[in-house]
Design a protein around this ligand. Structure first.
Ligand SMILES: [Zn+2]
Length: 311
């Protein structure tokens, strides 16, 4: 029985949250059922750089189990939709030539929300396979079982589960302005909300306060969770917050080149620009913002909706 809860945000709010694939955990231990799904199943093939095989129009290369014959080594069962199975496999393990390959960021901007979400799932789990071929306990070889969702050490028997690295991402406001920073390697004048990884032993609220303080010197006094986004570059989960802070003067920490408060008009103008081609002259004080596939941009939009007043 499928039990897929829709995301708390619309599928077009940002990428990888469509969630319409029933992961059907009970089938992972049912090889006969998986074998029955295989002939008509869609197989997402990824190269070892995490790019998907694509057709002439840069969309998902249509490959079924029938086309491939038997199930390749370490194929991963992704789930079921409308009775059709979905699997992921390394392109290197099959004899298939595709016209093109496409990376996940490009696919997220052009594919359907569903296809991009399936690609994200496939990329994350195959990346985990690639980085966990040996046991972290004894160094023995890991064998993947449960249709790709469990690694078991062939030497000591330890079990290894897919990794997801939690990170917070926060729209920080002093009630009137929005705190945005930029990293040195970003396109000119690109600013974004602050983000950082959760450390062991930390609550999400503590991470928000610590990261914002480390990166900007600004003190957060409250925060509220809004929404999350899988971010498989290579294996993160972004947890989006709206945070309230004291109006401290920002001072860039080690990770940022610049961090500042921006007012409503500056943020609104930034959102109105073409993010990919913002056309800002060197002496233009305006800013560009993150691509629409990211929860980062959505958080900025949410902040503006709450604090921007009537446009
Ligand atoms: Zn081991």
């Amino acid at each position: 029985m499928s039990n897929v809860i829709p995301s708390s945000v619309p599928a077009d709010a940002f990428a990888f949250v469509e969630g319409a694939l029933d992961r059907a955990d009970h089938l992972r231990d049912a090889p006969d059922a998986l074998a029955a799904l295989w002939p008509k199943a869609q197989v997402v093939l990824l190269d070892d750089d995490g790019r998907a095989l694509a057709d002439d129009t840069q969309h998902l290369f249509p490959v079924t189990g029938d086309t491939l014959g038997g199930m390749p080594a370490n194929a991963v069962f992704l789930g079921v939709r409308d009775g059709q199975g979905w699997f992921a496999a390394r392109a290197a393990t099959v004899d298939i030539q595709a016209p093109q390959r496409i990376d996940l960021r490009a696919a997220a901007a052009t594919w359907t929300a569903f296809d991009a979400s399936v690609f994200a799932q496939a990329r994350a789990v195959l990346h985990w396979h690639a980085r966990h071929r040996h046991c972290g306990v004894c160094g023995g070889d890991v064998q993947f079982v449960r249709a790709g969702w469990l690694g078991r050490c062939t030497q000591c028997g330890s079990e290894h589960y897919p990794r997801t690295d939690q990170a917070i991402i926060a729209a920080v406001t002093d009630g009137q302005r929005l705190l945005l920073g930029r990293q040195a390697g970003w396109p000119p004048k690109r600013y974004s909300v602050l983000a950082g990884f959760v450390e062991p032993g930390e609550s999400l609220e503590q991470t928000v306060a610590r990261e914002v303080l480390e990166e900007s010197g600004v003190r957060v006094h409250a925060c509220r969770y809004l929404a999350s986004q899988p971010w498989p570059f290579p294996g993160s989960l972004m947890l989006g917050f709206l945070a309230h802070a004291h109006p401290d003067p920002p001072v860039a920490g080690d990770e940022l080149e610049d961090v500042r408060w921006f007012d409503v008009d500056q943020v609104r103008a930034g959102l109105a620009r073409d993010w990919a081609n913002p056309m800002l002259a060197d002496d233009d004080p305006g800013i560009a913002l993150s691509p629409p596939i990211s929860i980062a941009r959505w958080l900025v939009e949410r902040w503006l909706a709450e604090y921007g007043g009537a446009a």
